[in-house]
Ligand binder design. Sequence first.
Ligand code: PLP
Length: 394
Amino acid sequence: MTNAEILAASAAHEIGVYARQPVAFVRGRGAELWDADGKRYLDFFAGLAVNNLGHCHPAVVEAIRAQATTLLHASNVYYTAPAVELAALLCRHSFAERVFLCNSGAEANEAAMKLARRWGSEHGGRYEILSTTGSFHGRTFATLTATGQEKYHQGFQPLLPGIRLVAYDDAAAMASAVRDETVAILVEPIQGEGGINVPAPDYLPRLRDLADRHELLLIFDEVQCGMGRTGRLFAHEHVGVPPDIMTLAKALGGGLPIGATCTTARIAAVLTAGAHGTTFGGNPVACAAALAAVDELARPALLQHVREVGAYFADRLRALAAKLPVIREVRGVGLMLGAELTRPGAAVVERCLRDGLLINCCADRVLRFVPPLVITRAQVDEGFAVLERALATA
Ligand SMILES: Cc1ncc(COP(=O)(O)O)c(C=O)c1O
């Protein structure tokens, strides 16, 4: 099928929930993709921070191949080795002692919120979860309610009670929002969808302190900023404060769908048999892919590469900003970078696509750069030639 045929078939049969670029991809390798008409693209998007290892990383592909010929699915009525090995690996690499495996970021956050509610019901009958403005946590009703962006709520009210939004990067506002019924704070260590918003260095430590003082559960949504994206395996490592619950998805599966809710043994104890679950959670193929992906993403040399290439990428963005007044601000950490423009960014994204570069725009005017972490300096340079032209002309 050609691009045009695939687009036509989509218009005829898919529910049109995505505002898509007019291109269909058929093949990927590293930081490159090819569309159905054979055109090559350089990827600064990584499937929205999923293909952190690049497209079709050989270790991930081989793990999927091996598992797919052995066992595809067994059900959580039974045990399987890939799931328990993945849970153990995530614990080895983080503060966590217990893991719940699911299929997406929204599901991981849903489980985190249910865990917090259940824990609160046993600790003073508390239920309220404080989330932040500008956040994105998913599309299920609970995660949608916790998502601090009005545009995603349109037409879906009434939303879920017991979730309240507080200004992001404002620890004092969070402190005054806490009341008797509050049980948890849900926050992205770096906001992605909201426009690559990096909070002040003392924000997460102050939330940690607040949570400790009021016996609240601090939930870090690392669905986008985790898995090596910022040059550490988890973004909160930059400020050195652990959460009580951490959610993961996106890059966790190396390109296959999987999510994880990670916590301590003490907190996990409130979720007893029958309290929560999902049919495909811990699927052997997804877990085999994730085991290979986490092994790669946790390699110190790769994380060092992210810090180095990320610094180079950010320097190049700042140099562009000095030249082109259309760039208002450059921000981000590692290879999670944003360039806020003085006007909407859609035309720049379209121009880059036309010229073979995949970028993305979020929060209307923030160009978001979340390339595969394996991207080389030469590829960054190649992309910047396209980007500069697009910014100057679009
Ligand atoms: C920070 C964050 N949390 C949760 C989600 C939802 O993940 P999913 O689309 O896998 O449900 C996203 C998706 O963009 C995200 O960026």
